[in-house]
Design a protein around this ligand. Structure first.
Ligand code: AMP
Ligand code: MN
Ligand code: MN
Ligand code: MN
Length: 287
């Protein structure tokens, strides 16, 4: 049995470890197959690929795309994408432009609430090309304005709070289209985190499937594992493949440790069922 972790972040977006460190840590955690899925950016993949060869980890090139669907922010993970695909890169570049504008706007809004220098502070923490709310959350914690990341989101950054800036991200159809055009599989990230009624959730799954989406994160480090049985049933009912990912952002960050995930429930068809590995998985080559 190979150990899969198909959702993780590096300093290319809001993780705190470099792509090479992430892969090295994955190897130490016994992960055989790792997907790096940074927010709206793929620039970490080249470094991760080199490290993956060194540490005998199978690296799945990925991305996590920000989507607005039914006034909700959703995340769609692309697995096995070709980062050289022009359509995908143009789409991601547009999202990063929005991220930069949004970051300035978050800074202005926090300033009105008496928090100075938040934009510059977040910017200095965002060493990669994809600046996001997590960088603001870390700044707020460092300034003593919040106890921890969760507290920073709860008081300043989530919907309804002073630093929240609404916006139109990619459409679901565009995100799935970019991923497919780049040869990847589209997967709905951490589905239990969205505030959708059961009816809207079913609408989402059937629209996603019609657009060519193929997978659902049945196991995610960013939602409670208690959600898994119901998600496994949804995946089966809608003919979606099951994915697993920690949503790792680095040591001491929210969410799970890399590679420490329960097994998929029986009856789930894994998203990797038809994957061919270009190199031997770790467990096959070690010892
Ligand atoms: P963004 O894409 O910039 O809007 O930021 C979304 C990211 O913020 C997510 O991927 C998480 O890493 C992080 N995030 C969202 N909500 C929370 C929360 N309640 N606590 C900690 N991190 C969060
Ligand atoms: Mn994140
Ligand atoms: Mn996400
Ligand atoms: Mn994520």
């Amino acid at each position: 049995m190979l150990r899969y972790d198909l959702h993780s972040h590096s300093t290319a977006s809001d993780g705190i470890v470099s792509p090479a460190e992430l892969v090295r840590h994955a190897a130490a955690q016994g992960v055989d197959v790792l997907a790096l899925t940074d927010h709206d950016v793929t620039t970490g993949l080249a470094e991760a690929e080199l490290a993956a060869e060194e540490w005998a980890v199978c690296l799945v090139p990925g991305v996590e795309i920000s989507v607005t669907w039914a006034h909700q922010l959703l995340h769609i993970v692309g697995l096995g994408i070709d980062p050289g695909n022009d359509g995908l890169q143009q789409g991601l570049a547009g999202l990063r432009d929005f991220r930069r504008w949004r970051a300035e706007e978050i800074g202005r809004r926090l300033e009105k609430r008496g928090i100075e220098g938040a934009y510059a502070g977040a910017q200095s923490l965002a060493t990669g090309p994809s600046i996001g709310r997590t960088h603001f959350a870390r700044f707020l914690v460092a300034q003593g304005k919040a106890r921890d990341l969760q507290d920073a989101f709860d008081h300043y950054l989530k919907r309804g709070k002073p630093g929240y800036v609404p916006g139109q991200w990619a459409s679901l159809n565009d995100a799935v289209g970019w991923i497919r055009a780049a040869g990847g599989q589209a997967v709905i990230a951490h589905p239990a985190r969205y505030a959708l009624s059961a009816g809207r959730f079913r609408d989402l799954l059937s629209e996603f499937k019609e657009m060519g989406g193929v997978g659902l994160e049945v196991i995610s480090g960013s939602h409670p594992h208690g959600a898994t049985p119901a998600l496994a049933r949804y995946a089966q009912r809608f003919g979606l493949l099951a994915s697993v990912g920690s949503d790792y952002h680095g040591p001491g960050q929210s969410y799970n440790e890399l590679g420490r995930l329960p097994a998929l429930p029986a009856g789930c068809a894994p998203v990797w069922e038809n994957w061919n590995f270009p190199q031997q998985p770790r467990s096959a080559v070690s010892q």
